[in-house]
Design a protein around this ligand. Structure first.
Ligand code: IVH
Length: 753
């Protein structure tokens, strides 16, 4: 018996060490938090009953570490403690009873109840009111010094009190809080990723962690992180009596403090509020994984002391897990309108956070390989808020040996065309524009709401039209006649009439909407708006794409001979060759405004010692490509990958044929005439940066209405840079290029002359 216990303690200790490492260091947990907690508690209980078997390095004797090799280490002024967990009311009642036994007989306990934020713990030091240091929790004793990164987070004040009316700052104040993504900021980040043609992030907490651990704080600054502060770790010269007062004090100093904390007169008051919190959870702007209950009176909390790494005076009440493990039964493969292949996990149905989940996103094959997910594996599935459930990873310890590797299929499951993986992409694509599945998806999208919005044309109608040979692509819709439609099942006269009317109506959709409907990878309505702001017709856009493609081919021909280099093991050289072979994404954006292209190329190509003639050839063809690309590349918000997608779409023969048919059928492909109301800005080119008194699009319209032009990037041709609040690097660039920087008011003065 006791041998069994000893063995179980050793087994649990070993397992937990692994899971702590996977969670805190690798960011790749193998089991759910709930399962981790269960095992941790089992170990705690066994060790409490049999302390003689507890191992000296037992995971219960330490907290997990998030230390990484990239940052200097700093020692925290006091241990950064962790919290014990409660999973139900009974746990809370036990917790209170234990505490009452440690306090004087007449002790009364009040509590502060607040959300437990699902982010990363941070410890920030202020000296005489100035932020001097910010560190991660690390192992509780030492943390990573991430000061430069935290300074980029606007909700973390650089100086306190933010409002000088709120008294003076203490000589020293060390506070503790949590860094996280608001759900909306995380969605926005992913929208931007998609707009740049980059993979999206799945887990907000891990992404926040990655953002905070950037080596270059400019990268952190690009992420909209938020800092909430909830506790004081150490201080000089302040005297607070309760948690409740502490929260108010932190608020007064100007910290971002949760507004939802509640002062509860007793434990019944706490437990009475739990159900409401569980329902509110999804409505909060940030993710929480439970609630924190703290003894309000700081003197009592001090008296209760610490057990292991957990203060007795506080406890985390964990919500039921939104993660579960289940068996990965199969993979289904979808092909989207762009040809992108998306694997979806078919799962043994499992109940997670209130719903039964039987399929989940697996993102892409690269991720499947990285996570080593195999068919038949037990996998961890997460469902949170409004995101599609997704597979976090496998549970390798549950393998029985019959699991099989998952590989991308060689050929498209719908048309048997060999799949391709474009250079640098994580996704696989079916390249066949006539693939029936792609056509079906293209058409479904084409007629849908935010696209051409053709009423009455559901998937069944589309399928019937294709089956009966009435349409082959989206353009054919516009030349449908009544007669063959009447011959279709279920198409009576009235229905045909309505259908033809809604098709006719769709021909007059605004240019922007038509462009969105084409379903070009990454070009949703926002990006389509950017394009129609800069191109007045489909033909103009098509011409630009064709010119870029021609310049690209000319470059490739010229460069091919020069780049016919033995590829060795030298990673640097290989990277260079890659760049030179993908000029549109790798070189053009870099050298768009370079005044000294020749010199820049000379520097870039130093390892090769090209002759001056050869360099000249490269420079000339790259320079033509840059000029051809400028109309697209200089549009702010249009990343190089999107430019590449646009060029690829418009230069495909299939798509050109579709466009020609649509043009012939009279579909609108022209931007509305811009209303010109003045000419005060005639011949001037502006670049806008920073936030202004009205949306950027409206300022742009104002400039254009007065004869001016707005472009995305600063060059010698820019007449003025108009800078609003917190302008970006464009102001620096303007100063460097000798371009005058003016305010919005000065712009208005120019307009009125
Ligand atoms: S108080 C000594 N309050 O949860 C008490 N912690 O599992 C320190 N957390 O490491 C913690 N929201 O990173 C506290 N409102 C909150 C919290 C919170 C999130 C995190 C914190 C801590 C972990 C404990």
């Amino acid at each position: 018996m006791s041998e069994d216990i000893q063995r179980r303690i050793a087994e649990l200790s070993g397992e937990l060490h692994l899971h702590i490492y996977r969670y805190h260091v690798r960011n790749e947990p193998l089991i759910t938090d709930a399962e981790y907690d269960r095992r941790f508690r089992e170990l705690q209980d066994l060790e409490a009953a049999h302390p003689e078997y507890a191992l000296p390095d037992s995971p219960t004797q330490r907290v997990g570490s998030d230390l990484s090799g990239d940052f200097p280490k700093v020692r925290h002024p006091a241990p950064i403690l962790s919290l014990a967990n409660a999973f139900d009311e009974a746990d809370l009642v036990n917790w209170e009873e234990r505490n009452l036994r440690l306090l004087p007989a007449d002790a009364q306990l009040q509590y502060v109840l607040q959300p437990k934020l699902d982010g990363l713990a941070i410890v920030i030091t202020y000296e005489d009111g100035v932020m001097t240091r910010a560190a991660t929790r690390g192992n509780g004793e030492f943390g990573d010094d991430v000061s430069a990164n935290v300074r980029t987070i606007r909700s973390a004040p650089l100086r306190i009190p933010v409002n000088p009316d709120h008294g003076a700052a203490p000589g020293r104040l060390v506070v503790r809080g949590e860094i996280l993504f608001h759900k909306e900021a995380f969605r926005e980040l992913n929208r931007e990723q998609s707009a740049q043609g980059l993979p999206t992030y799945v887990n907000a907490r891990n992404t926040a962690s990655g953002s905070l651990k950037q080596k270059d704080s400019r990268e952190t600054a690009k992420r909209k992180l938020t800092a909430y502060i909830y506790a004081i770790v150490d201080s000089d010269g302040i005297d607070l009596a309760s948690e409740w007062e502490t929260l108010q004090y932190l608020r007064d100093m100007g910290f971002n403090v949760i507004t939802d904390a509640a002062l509860c007169r007793d434990l019944a008051d706490v437990t009475g509020r739990l159900p409401a919190w569980e329902t509110r959870r999804d409505d909060l702007p940030f993710e929480i994984d439970g609630l924190v209950v703290k003894v309000d009176c700081l003197a009592q909390a001090r008296e209760l002391g610490v057990v292991g790494k957990d203060p007795r005076g506080a406890i985390a009440y964990k919500f039921p897990a939104e993660e579960a493990t289940t068996k990965l039964l199969n993979l289904s493969i979808g092909v989207g309108r762009s040809g992108k292949v998306t694997p979806t996990a078919q799962l043994d149905p499992v109940f997670i956070g209130g719903v039964t989940v039987s399929s989940a996103s697996l993102h892409n094959y690269e991720q499947i390989a990285t996570l080593d997910i195999r068919l038949g594996d037990r996998v961890i599935v997460k469902r949170s808020g409004d995101v599609i459930p997704y597979v976090i990873g496998p549970v390798p310890s549950a393998r029985v040996g019959t699991e099989t590797a998952v590989l991308p299929p060689d050929a498209c499951p719908f048309c048997d065309t060999k799949l391709i993986q474009p250079a640098g992409a994580v996704d696989w694509f079916c390249p066949n524009p006539k693939c029936p599945e792609r056509i079906m998806r293209t058409l479904e999208f084409f007629v849908s709401r935010g696209a051409m919005d053709i009423e009455g044309m559901g998937p069944q109608t589309i399928a019937a039209l294709i089956e009966n040979g009435l349409i082959e692509d989206e353009a054919d819709i516009f030349s449908l006649d009544a007669e063959p439609l009447l011959a279709l099942d279920g198409f009576a006269e009235k229905k045909v009439e309505n259908q033809l009317a809604s098709i006719a109506a769709a021909k007059t959709r605004p240019f922007e909407q038509v462009l969105t409907s084409l379903g070009i990878d990454g070009i949703g309505s926002t990006v389509a708006g950017l394009l129609t702001d800069n191109f007045s017709s489909m033909q103009e856009l098509l011409d630009a794409a064709v010119q870029i493609q021609a310049a690209n081919e000319a470059y490739a021909n010229k460069a091919a001979a020069l780049l016919d280099i033995e590829r060795g093991d030298d990673a640097e050289i290989n990277k260079l060759v890659f760049r030179l072979r993908h000029p549109l994404t790798e070189l053009v954006p870099r050298y768009l405004d370079a005044a000294d292209l020749g010199e820049r190329l000379l520097r870039l190509l130093k390892p090769w010692r090209f002759s001056a003639d050869d360099l000249g050839i490269l420079e000339e063809s790259l320079s033509s490509l840059i000029n051809a690309s400028r109309p697209l590349h200089s549009i702010e918000g249009l990343g190089p990958v999107l430019v590449e997608n646009i060029v690829a779409w418009f230069t495909s023969q299939h798509n050109q044929a579709v466009l020609a048919k649509m043009m012939a059928a009279g579909v609108n492909m022209q931007a509305e005439e811009k209303v010109v109301s003045g000419s005060g800005l005639d011949g001037l080119t502006f670049v806008l940066t920073g936030s202004m008194s009205m949306p950027r699009g409206e300022v742009k319209a104002l400039v254009e209405a007065n004869g001016g032009k707005v472009t995305g990037s600063v060059s010698k041709r820019t007449s003025y840079v108009v800078a609003g609040d917190s302008p970006g690097s464009k102001v620096d660039k303007a100063l460097k290029n000798g371009v005058p920087v003016i305010s919005e008011a000065e712009l208005r003065a120019l307009i009125t002359g």
